[in-house]
Design a protein around this ligand. Sequence first.
Ligand SMILES: NC(=O)c1ccc[n+]([C@@H]2O[C@H](COP(=O)([O-])OP(=O)(O)OC[C@H]3O[C@@H](n4cnc5c(N)ncnc54)[C@H](O)[C@@H]3O)[C@@H](O)[C@H]2O)c1
Ligand SMILES: O=P(O)(O)OC[C@@H](O)[C@@H](O)[C@H](O)[C@H](O)CO
Length: 460
Amino acid sequence: MRLSRKVENAGRPAAPIRIVHIGLGNFHRAHQAFYTEHASDADEWGIAAFTGRSAGAAEELAPQDGLFTLIVRGPEGDAPEVISSLSAVHAAADHEAYLTYLADPQVVILTSTVTEHGYCRGADGNLDQDAVADDVAALKADPRQRVASLPARLVAGFLARRETLGEGDQARFTVLPCDNLPSNGAVTAALVRELAELVDPSLVGWIDAHVEFATCMVDRITPATTDEDRASVEEQCGWQDISPVPTEPFTEWVIEGDFAAGRPDWESAGVEIVEDVEPFEQRKLWLLNGSHTLMAYAGSVLGHRTIDEAIADERVRGWVQDYWAEASAHLSLPADSVTAYQLALLERYENPRIRHLLAQIAHDGSAKLPIRIIPTARAERAAGNSAQGCQRAIAAWVLHLRGVGAPVKDPGAPLGAANDKPLADAVAAVVASLDAELGADEEFVSAVVAAAEELETLAG
Ligand SMILES: NC(=O)c1ccc[n+]([C@@H]2O[C@H](COP(=O)([O-])OP(=O)(O)OC[C@H]3O[C@@H](n4cnc5c(N)ncnc54)[C@H](O)[C@@H]3O)[C@@H](O)[C@H]2O)c1
Ligand SMILES: O=P(O)(O)OC[C@@H](O)[C@@H](O)[C@H](O)[C@H](O)CO
């Protein structure tokens, strides 16, 4: 029997749609959909979730009425639960449905998980205008034409909302990006304003008056689904679910935002609403995501395939700890809380039942290193330190770009800089492409070359 709302004791009736989500991947379902499911007012807050690009996830979930099994996977065993908060699922191509939701005064929040690349931010931090050129042309020709990028989908939605709801409180709306990007709200706001300026400058003032861009730190390690996960749901729950989501027991969501148009009672599900999210964001991005990035490249050079395998290797664990010592020195949180966070991370990484593939984490390094590793490298150099932990992460990335370890899946990868030249020259070119100041720091570059040479001798 296939999981659906008709299966007895599996899920609640669909709640009215008041949230739209873009990027129907595993993380959204383990995190924002989970918190909305557990909010005290869950019956009032349904989500209409759209895929980021291809229709796959919507096609899998539609026959299940949006229901899926979240497999909360602790070291000792699984705790499966049905999540019912997706009231509707749509392919990205269902753009008319998206515009209809955005023009509905009951719909007041849009969340997104489209990866770091999905925001179309160029290396200079501004909108990558080449990446959105087709979308801009389409919106200028017809504001209801289908567009692909997240910033353009937001602008299209706001044009539709303004057209239907005009000015005033009924048009108020909150965007809450949930990707691993520092200051994700402010960054998205700037990109959307830039795109609106290109399409219809009069929309910028409307956005400023009606749309809030909240910022948040999100955390829950959520790997991709495997056939074993599907089989284990059938065995443990008795229903067929072709799209279950495995995740870890730990979960955290810290949000900075006013939500003038309303939001679910997420605090009742464990969400923290704070005045300033930045310290939480830096702690998570630098310690968790930074060490993930280090392990994805350096661990796979040694022949490891998953985080739990990598962290069990004393060499990798030592590299992670070197890197943590550097990153932690630049966090503003109390030292004992940072130490406790590191210990908790080690336990999470050691969970042998979360098979988090290094190859998955290795995707899109060109968008990740600049926000996960480079801030610490720069701060350490400014403090007169060597930044050895960061050097190792960068060195391992250069090897990855040269075909060692996990395969490259990264449209922004500086493959030209990294290849067809001796290792030392490749390191210099890649470091310069990451950060001009570090690229001009000869001592730093020589140390990265030495780290890359050492790692190369260890390649498994
Ligand atoms: N998986 C995790 O452990 C985790 C934890 C915290 C945060 N996140 C954030 O969530 C994001 C997605 O992770 P996931 O596990 O859901 O991955 P996933 O592969 O399951 O889903 C990725 C989603 O992003 C969409 N997407 C990818 N590139 C896009 C683009 N250029 N434009 C529009 N949509 C695009 C895809 O269509 C899909 O819906 C991560 O990149 C990260 O920023 C993930
Ligand atoms: O999801 P990405 O690709 O941004 O990064 C890979 C991992 O570092 C990330 O997914 C972590 O598991 C996650 O951020 C934990 O909350």
